[in-house]
Design a protein around this ligand. Sequence first.
Ligand code: FPP
Length: 247
Amino acid sequence: MKSNVPARIDMSGPMPRHVAVIMDGNGRWARRQGLPRKTGHEAGMNAVRTTIEASVDAGIKILTLFAFSTDNWNRPSEEVSALMSLLKAYAERECSELVEKGVEVRVLGTLARMQPSAREAVERIMRETEGGTTLRLNLMISYSGREDILTAVRRLAARARAGELDPAEIDEACLERALLTSGIPDPDLLIRTSGECRISNFMLWQISYSEIHITPVLWPDFSRDDLFAAVLDYQRRDRRFGRITSA
Ligand code: FPP
């Protein structure tokens, strides 16, 4: 049951530096209203805007959004095209406002699979927002956690075969540097909307110690208060990283 009382986060309490979101439920949101799935994705884009603004206000430094998985390529071509057009429209429409807000956008995933016009638009938004220091926004597009790990392992194996790397020296830091998220601290908080309790091949390596918050809210309805409720939930957790006392 959704509370009517807006969630208040403790600005002096522990704040997640990095929040990652599995945005789910656009299709169900549309179906419930008798609308096409595409309309659900369009409404999801507004929730993206709201979440960025609320993240900036909460002082979150890194926001990672799972926008399109490698598995999503298997959806009907009409829906894939609609999602690509939406990403392109988002990149074109929001760019100047993101620059103004100091949001630096990075798109992580196999961009080579994207339609050229959508790919150019996301490459442009990365170029134009470069250097923003308020919030780092990672858009995961054509991304899957397993593929990222596999690509990293292949890269390390090739270096080992070339004699540049001793296999005995491959440690966690070494693998991390070979992932798409190289240099980005792991998510402190992972949010999944629409009530589904699964990870869906998202950031498998990076979420090892993330706190997980699952909300029944469908992504297009995800509001500033829903983000704050997730942060509040995080602030009440006792993060132990496998130890017996709090970190
Ligand atoms: C999951 O809902 C959502 C997606 C596959 C796409 C996410 C895309 C957006 C929120 C819009 C644009 C994004 C950006 C970053 C501009 P679903 O279709 O799987 O919903 P369902 O499970 O209810 O069918």
